[in-house]
Design a protein around this ligand. Structure first.
Ligand code: AMP
Ligand code: ZN
Length: 480
């Protein structure tokens, strides 16, 4: 395998990936806030993370992938302004916060499994980890990075020298108040809440006892607490959407490193946004597309996955129905090719196909080119192009080409092994009749009555049934 290069937002450069522990990767990706369905923009980010995990595994690493489920503390503004998204959604829908969280968590994993996104190794809910968060906040407090004001515990960014490094923010330049802030308790507009005790809203359902009073955690602390709990105080990769760079991830770093006193994450990966013609897609704006919207329009979730593979994760991807239609057409012809190869190879299951050691030089070169594309900061459009060139190469045997496509699909995740011809339903009586005809034909052949045998084949063909004589006997299929 070639060396894997990833673009690290910390330092803004392409860097060779070297894990902390040989052969292992600790990876944390910020999960959904479960107050609504994920929109297809969110899902683009999770498809990118899936490609990352699949690539790491292909490159031989044992990956522990941790994802949080935010079910408390995420206010409508990432900078502590507004109302808790969960509480608001529950009130608007006349449900309890727990019911809302459960419903949208299930909906989220239903979407990700339809997109063939591998489930994270560990999925952890914020509300199950309040004690861990409190413990971490105590460490931050003991190290002198906090102050208490107006009933809330704040992180004092002026105490953390490297604050803003990830986003390239310079506090001294930004003090003038680039961020509009409504909280008069903050000493610096970039300070953020670690623990709220003054709920700004009545009927706040999510409250816990803490050393700072009864209340609830700020949004950022859950990711610091849960990632360190499951991956250790230093780990390899942290990812999310690009919007998380200036606030959420910047604050996660400040919290984690002020608690431990050392570096927290080695590689920061961020996916660019999916944009609509009209601009940004956001959950809170109310108008957004879900995976189900696409399904309702007749698309397969994997058409959307294919569409996402067509753009590099660090470039914005403009969504359009036309673009999705092109992805669907491309995926349909990909599936057709795979089906044709399955028929020619006569062996559809991967185990019956030649292993890479038996491949020709040409097939191995395609595999290498595919891996080289992955190693180049997950260049999926390039990787897809290699798949297509390989499939069009007539020098490869069908079995070898099929094996090569399946091998690439480990990362592409387009379920090529499962590609099946759309079954035409044949009524049971007709099946019996066909089988009877096949038996009669076999007897005719045995009696060397080839004219009769051919006549039977012809009669079946007229009815749209094709016979195939194989060493193990005659099979039939519906003509295309
Ligand atoms: P949320 O559920 O709002 O916390 O967002 C879940 C993930 O989706 C985060 O990693 C966001 O950065 C990401 N995200 C939000 N909007 C978009 C978008 N339009 N395109 C791609 N990713 C997005
Ligand atoms: Zn996070």
């Amino acid at each position: 395998m070639p060396d894997l290069y990833l673009f690290n937002t910390m330092g803004r450069s392409l860097q060779k990936f070297v894990p902390l522990r040989e052969g292992r990767v600790g990876f944390y990706g910020c999960g959904p806030t479960v107050y609504n369905f994920a929109h297809i923009g969110n899902l683009r980010t999770y498809i990118f993370e899936d490609i990352l995990v699949r690539t790491l595994r292909r490159f031989g690493y044992e990956v522990t992938h941790v994802m949080n489920i935010t079910d408390v503390g995420h206010l409508s503004g990432d900078d502590d302004t507004g109302e808790d998204k969960m509480v608001k959604s529950a009130r608007e829908r006349g449900k309890s916060v727990l019911e809302i969280a459960q419903f949208y968590t299930d909906a989220f994993f239903n979407d990700t499994s339809r997109l063939n996104i591998v489930r994270p190794t560990i999925v952890c809910k914020a509300t199950d980890h309040i004690e861990d968060m409190i413990e971490l906040i105590r460490r931050i407090e003991q190290n002198g990075y906090t102050y208490f004001a107006g009933g809330n515990l704040y992180f004092d960014v002026s105490k953390f020298e490297r604050y803003g490094e990830l986003a390239g923010l310079r506090l001294d330049q930004l003090k003038a108040g680039a961020r509009i802030d409504v909280d008069p308790n903050k000493r610096n507009p970039f300070d953020f809440v670690l623990w709220f005790t003054k709920s700004k809203f009545e009927n706040q359902a999510l409250l816990w006892d803490s050393p700072w009073g009864r209340g609830y955690p700020g949004w950022h602390i859950e990711c610091s607490a849960m990632s360190m709990k499951y991956l250790g105080e230093q780990f390899d990769i942290h990812a999310g959407g690009i919007d998380h760079i200036p606030v959420h991830h910047t604050n996660e770093i400040a919290q984690s490193e002020s608690a431990t006193g050392h570096k927290w994450v080695n590689y920061w990966l961020h996916a660019e946004f999916l944009v609509l013609d009209k601009g940004k897609m956001s959950k809170s704006s109310g108008s957004f597309l879900t995976l189900q919207t696409l399904v309702d329009q007749g698309y397969d979730p994997l058409d959307y996955r294919y569409f996402c593979l067509g753009g590099h994760y660090r470039s914005q991807l403009a969504f359009s129905w036309e673009g999705l239609g092109q992805a669907r057409a491309a995926r349909a012809s990909l599936n057709e090719r795979i089906l044709a190869l399955k028929e020619k190879a006569g062996a559809a299951i991967p185990a019956a196909l030649p292993a890479p050691e038996q491949w020709s030089k040409a097939a191995l070169a395609y595999r290498e080119a595919f891996d080289a594309a992955l190693a180049e900061d997950l260049a999926m459009p390039k990787a897809l192009a290699v798949l297509w060139t390989m499939l069009k190469d007539a020098d490869l045997s069908p079995a070898e080409a099929l094996a090569c496509a399946y091998d690439m699909d480990e990362v592409l995740g387009l379920r090529l092994v499962e590609t099946e011809k759309k079954r035409v339903e044949v009524p049971q009586e007709m099946v019996q009749w066909i089988e009877e005809m096949i038996r009669t034909r076999a007897e005719a052949k045995k009696a060397r009555d080839y004219a009769r045998a051919d006549a039977i084949r012809g009669e079946l063909k007229e009815k749209g049934i094709i016979l195939e004589d194989r060493p193990e006997g005659t099979t039939w299929k519906v003509a295309e």
